[in-house]
Design a protein around this ligand. Structure first.
Ligand SMILES: Nc1ncnc2c1ncn2[C@@H]1O[C@H](COP(=O)(O)OP(=O)(O)OP(=O)(O)O)[C@@H](O)[C@H]1O
Ligand SMILES: [Mg+2]
Length: 288
């Protein structure tokens, strides 16, 4: 049985939404039987599952102390894939889930707050040597910050090539225990979820060198998303800068330089230096 953890310190990044959607998609694609495990005391995933008319994927609630026995039980039941939803925290329970996972998925909204929060999750995955994939979730189409987020995240690890966009059908479909694919299978949201699952499935198959999970379908249509303006222009490689020296030049305010005249790449994210922001990781960690 393969175990996938949905983890992110930041609340509301999409862990529960994507856990439910990926589990349903995995079951549909034949990678099941799939089980969802809710380790979040908020119980959002269990509320969603209880509202479902169908009983697949299967569901289990687990706490930090019984996770291992729940996983063993599911293994004995013949479950092939377990997707574990976690609370928005950095705690021993998250470390416990990550330590028992084959892959960690980190949904991240393309906002500076979310980006700053990824460091702590990355640290735990590194501590247990677990592979991690960022998923950009709730992106606004054609927003430049989405591309910026991909560049920033790629400094910390792999970013899924499928972006999940912000659409009300993700929230609306979950009200009565369904997914976007179950409500409108032909929607753009449903297509994104199935492309995302194809990608995750492929990564799992490679990680485990398991042919059983390798899908016949390949995510050939993933490139369709890259035609979005977010991905249309090749993104510039991230520029690493040394620590900034004290400013010795001319005071621009005295010069009267208009901010609107400053080239774009100087003003994005508040300036070049901040592109190398390590999002919550202590600077000292980088010089060990
Ligand atoms: N792609 C999306 N488009 C629109 N709404 C979304 C999207 N992804 C998530 N949401 C909405 O954002 C809210 C938070 O999502 P979700 O509950 O999945 O996040 P979470 O990471 O599990 O939050 P928490 O950390 O509190 O458990 C929900 O109302 C959900 O419906
Ligand atoms: Mg949640």
């Amino acid at each position: 049985m393969l175990v996938v953890a949905m983890a992110s310190q930041k609340g509301g990044s999409g862990k529960t939404t994507l856990a439910g959607h990926l589990a349903v998609e995995a079951e549909k694609s034949g990678a099941g039987p799939v089980a969802l495990i809710d380790t979040d005391p908020q119980g959002s995933l269990s509320h969603w599952w209880n509202a479902r008319a169908v009983r697949s994927p299967q569901f289990a609630q687990a706490g930090v102390f019984d996770l291992a026995s729940v996983l063993n039980h599911l293994r004995r039941l013949g479950i092939k894939l377990a997707i574990v939803d976690t609370p928005p925290a950095i705690s021993e329970s998250i470390a416990e889930v990550i330590s028992r996972s084959d892959l960690v998925l980190v949904p991240t909204r393309p906002s500076p707050h979310d980006l700053r929060a990824v460091g702590a999750t990355v640290d735990i995955a590194e501590r247990f040597e677990r592979p991690l994939i960022f998923i950009v979730n709730a992106a606004t189409a054609r927003a430049r910050i989405t591309g910026e987020a991909v560049v920033a995240l790629s400094q910390h690890g792999t970013v899924a090539p499928v972006t999940i966009h912000h659409r009300v059908d993700f929230a609306a479909s979950m009200v009565d225990g369904r997914t976007v694919g179950e409500v409108s299978p032909k929607s753009a949201s449903a297509k994104e979820v199935s492309d995302l699952w194809l990608y995750v499935q492929d990564r799992l198959a490679r990680l485990k060198k398991s042919e059983t999970l390798a899908s016949e379908a390949r995510p050939q249509d993933i490139s369709a998303h890259m035609e979005d303006e977010d991905f249309a222009e090749p993104l510039p490689p991230p520029v690493l800068h040394p620590a900034p020296k004290p400013y010795e030049g001319v005071d621009r305010r005295k010069e009267g330089r208009d901010r609107r005249d400053i080239p774009q790449d100087e003003v994005l994210f508040g300036g070049q230096e901040r592109r190398t922001n390590r999002f919550g990781r202590r600077q000292a960690d980088y010089f060990k």
